[in-house]
Design a protein around this ligand. Sequence first.
Ligand SMILES: Nc1ncnc2c1ncn2[C@@H]1O[C@H](COP(=O)(O)OP(=O)(O)O)[C@@H](O)[C@H]1O
Ligand SMILES: [Mg+2]
Length: 329
Amino acid sequence: MVMENGKILEVKDLAVSYKVYEGILKVLRNVSFYVLKGEKIGIIGESGCGKTTSMKSIMRILPTNALLEGGEIYYKGKNILKISKKEMTYLRRHSISMIFQDPSTALNPVFKIGPQIYDIVKYSSDRRLTKSEIHELAISYLKQAALPEPERILDSYPFQLSGGMKQRVNIAMSLASANDLLIADEPGTSLDVTIEDQIMRLLKSIVEEKHLSIILISHALGTVRGFVDRIYVMYAGTIVEYGPTKSIFSNPLHPYTRLLIESVPKLMGKKIPEGIPGVVPSYLNPPLGCRFSTRCPFKMDICEREMPQVYEAEDGHFVACHLFRKEGS
Ligand SMILES: Nc1ncnc2c1ncn2[C@@H]1O[C@H](COP(=O)(O)OP(=O)(O)O)[C@@H](O)[C@H]1O
Ligand SMILES: [Mg+2]
């Protein structure tokens, strides 16, 4: 398979809306991003900005009221929006895997963990495995996910496990199928802070050991900072800034990114974060121009009229904001 410039995944101009009773929610617009082979990227942004929608588009698991209105998603050079269901299933079993915020999402409450993980192990293998091979593999994935007493876990129902353990089971399951790309959508958000920290460290060690590419979505900016190579900042269904992690944190350019980073509780000093004033605009009738214009402290006239282009402000660091418009453009 062809791999353009070492990009394992490239999303181009994705546009996704949702049909709801009130009308059409125009959520994702011009969403473009890429992941290199073995690269770790992060996506940050307030809740409701379209992060999960973007990931579900990649996995092709959008709900039925979603409307794919444009864009292409290349995975290993193939547009996965065009491949057959069968090919997509193959990718989900062998190549790409997604971990969700709520660790219960991917587990069936009425079955024990054993049969659920066996199924995944069985279908993710290219050859027919014996029962004992399946069992051994399941145990080894549970061990890699740092679960103590794997035999007991296999014999448990999801409700008998804590949230942190369930998330580790999900990670174990994704180990069977994520041979190339792992999508972790706020994997620790629903857990205690200390457990979240453990889950993140586990993910990081697995990703590095297996040389996986990862898209990490997290509100924990400190964790993202120590984890990923590059960051995309999403606001109201658009990418407003992206670049190397270091530049994003040391020199945030978009007013939204600056406010987002400032609103994170500082470890030093007891400053209480205030959050960003205002709310994400309604997707029924989003602003014509920059979607952040309704909250931006630096808003100019043009911001309300025109969506900003993407400008390269420094090496590999891009921003979609009229403040960075170059002379003559
Ligand atoms: N199933 C759905 N039906 C209708 N609207 C949805 C659905 N899922 C998400 N949305 C809309 O899309 C917006 C973005 O949601 P989401 O992608 O989950 O954002 P994030 O993951 O950044 O919090 C939400 O604010 C909501 O308005
Ligand atoms: Mg989400």
